[in-house]
Design a protein around this ligand. Structure first.
Ligand code: 16G
Length: 248
């Protein structure tokens, strides 16, 4: 990266473009989003940025502080600022919900509804959920984002007796299940590689065929009853699933 050219103010700083520190942080943010700046790339020192942008040290410090707060850059003591990894590390040893996971990281969750309603189950759903022959199901499909960044598409099916009215969900499915004492306590999760199809790619903001993780989760109550079967596609460039292992 040629920082002298990248930071030269005539390329991006506008007199009518709002606070200068925000213009600078937005300029760096856009370069990260477009891939011009990559994970672990070092940023010049605040003093050098001030020199190259012709902005004051105070303005540069404010822009950097904003980027640190939003997790775009990390500061390592003694060695400066670097573009942060934006991957989410997700433990495979505890059964958590998307909302819980993101809240713990201080991130705001948004969900876009793709489908919700009561349906006749498919044969796979009957099998996975161990449904009786006339039982109907609730299906909910959502695009899930953190800090407005789309991370996954989750398509969940639950027995209607567990979720009679899918419209009651506002943010968290597991929070709604917990209210009725139906929050799952155990799950089986199968993760496999997938190339994201065109429709899902558009929703996730990735190219068609991009690397994704296909995840099936079937979760159970203490009684052993299956309450949820969710098929998800997670962005391969955003997630690391991490399992801790010990010798037997
Ligand atoms: C997680 C689960 C998903 C579950 C959802 C509930 C995976 C791969 N999936 O994202 O099966 O339905 O949490 O989240 O971990 P919510 O309570 O925020 O709706």
């Amino acid at each position: 990266m040629d920082f002298a050219a990248f930071l030269a103010p005539d390329g991006w700083l506008m007199t009518s473009g709002g606070p200068r520190y925000l213009q600078l942080s937005q300029h760096i943010r856009s370069a990260v989003e477009s891939g011009q700046l990559k994970v672990n790339d070092p940023l010049p020192s605040e003093r050098d940025i001030a020199f190259l942008t012709d902005l004051s040290r105070v303005t540069v410090r404010k822009a950097v502080a904003e980027l640190v707060r939003d997790g775009i850059i990390v500061q390592r003591r003694g060695s400066g600022s670097f573009i942060a990894s934006r991957r989410v590390e997700q433990s495979l040893s505890t059964l958590t919900s998307f909302t819980d996971d993101m809240k713990r990281r201080g991130m705001t969750v948004t969900s876009t509804w793709l489908e919700r309603g009561i349906f006749d189950p498919s044969p796979e759903e009957v099998f996975a959920l161990g449904l009786t022959h006339d039982e109907r199901v609730a299906r909910i499909a959502r695009l899930r984002s953190a800090e407005d960044r789309p991370l996954a598409i989750e398509r969940a099916t639950l027995p209607r007796s567990i979720l009679p009215d899918p419209d009651v969900i506002t943010t968290s499915l597991y929070a709604v299940l917990a209210e009725d004492g139906n929050r799952p306590v155990r799950a089986i999760q199968r993760i496999s590689a997938a190339n994201v199809n065109a429709a899902d790619a558009t929703l996730l903001g990735v190219g068609t065929g991009a690397a994704g993780l296909h995840i099936e989760r079937i979760s159970f109550l203490k009684t052993g009853r299956a309450v949820e079967r969710t098929l998800s596609i997670y962005r391969g460039d955003a997630y690391d699933f991490v399992a801790e292992m010990t010798t037997a």
